[in-house]
Ligand binder design. Sequence first.
Ligand code: ATP
Length: 321
Amino acid sequence: MFNGGVLELALEKHFPGFRLALDLAVQEGEVLALLGPSGSGKSTLLKLIAGLLSPDRGFVRFRGQDLTPLPPERRRVGFLFQDYALFPHLTVAENIAFGLVEARWPGKEREARVKELLERMELTPHAQKRPQELSGGEQQRVALARALAPRPRLLLLDEPLGALDLRLREELLFFLRRTLRAEGVTTLVVTHDQGEAFLLAHRVALLRQGRLVQVGLPEEVYARPKDLWTARFLGHKNLLSPEESQALGLPAKPHLLLPKALRLGGEHPGVVEERLFFGNRVGLWVRLGKVRLYLEALEGPPEGAQVHLHLDLSQAVPLEG
Ligand SMILES: Nc1ncnc2c1ncn2[C@@H]1O[C@H](COP(=O)(O)OP(=O)(O)OP(=O)(O)O)[C@@H](O)[C@H]1O
């Protein structure tokens, strides 16, 4: 069942109206994104690993050691949950040092580690401030630094960019990506945003109603979603019914047309029904007879314009219902 992951999970947890049941192995140094809609069990899974919940059945194993009977504080797992609370009476530097003091790091090493994280997180100018004097994005970075400081062997992040506005989210996303790679810590990161999962993770695991639907490399999962639900959840737009597939010359089954299957200029005449301006690109909904297809381009004609599309049907992926 497992291919020798550093973290091995086999877990069952039941709540009224909800059941989580899954097996998963995570490799050393791997960043694995748990992706799923609201209520699919992402936070429950992290809490089971952290020891904040006990499973009804199964285990959490780390490097062969069964962590299941251990309380959270003995698991040596770092976590950052949605309601991360910084200590308001401590400075930024003291907040980051908190876990190091608890773990009795010698003074010199503690100072060096705090300095390193302040620099990496671009927080050095804020070291002596209190949390309430920081912006939301800065506070989030302090919380992340605090979680990383004691060099946990495993890091659990629940929607680490959750509360931020769009622009800050993007900024912090790249930051988080670099930090996780630089620290090399085995990480499970929960998100409901597929773009975030693809950018952060070495592998993504898709969760639906407490079950793993698909686990794989971002490119793999994106280009070969297991079924219609997964394809839709990953943001694919060209999902063809059996009838629509047939109208385009494909077998009468549901299909996904990958974005690279479509471009402007080709043999199929159509009409632009909708044109969406995104700033750096445009999205076009084009009607080709019975089928409406979506494509993106750097620029595109106005609504109502006649266009021709090139369709590469070798980029059509058959889907399970
Ligand atoms: N302590 C609890 N007692 C009872 N039911 C719970 C408890 N915690 C979670 N649940 C239920 O378990 C299901 C999964 O919840 P969970 O918080 O793990 O989902 P999630 O994928 O993290 O969702 P979100 O993205 O909204 O945070 C939900 O139906 C929730 O109501």
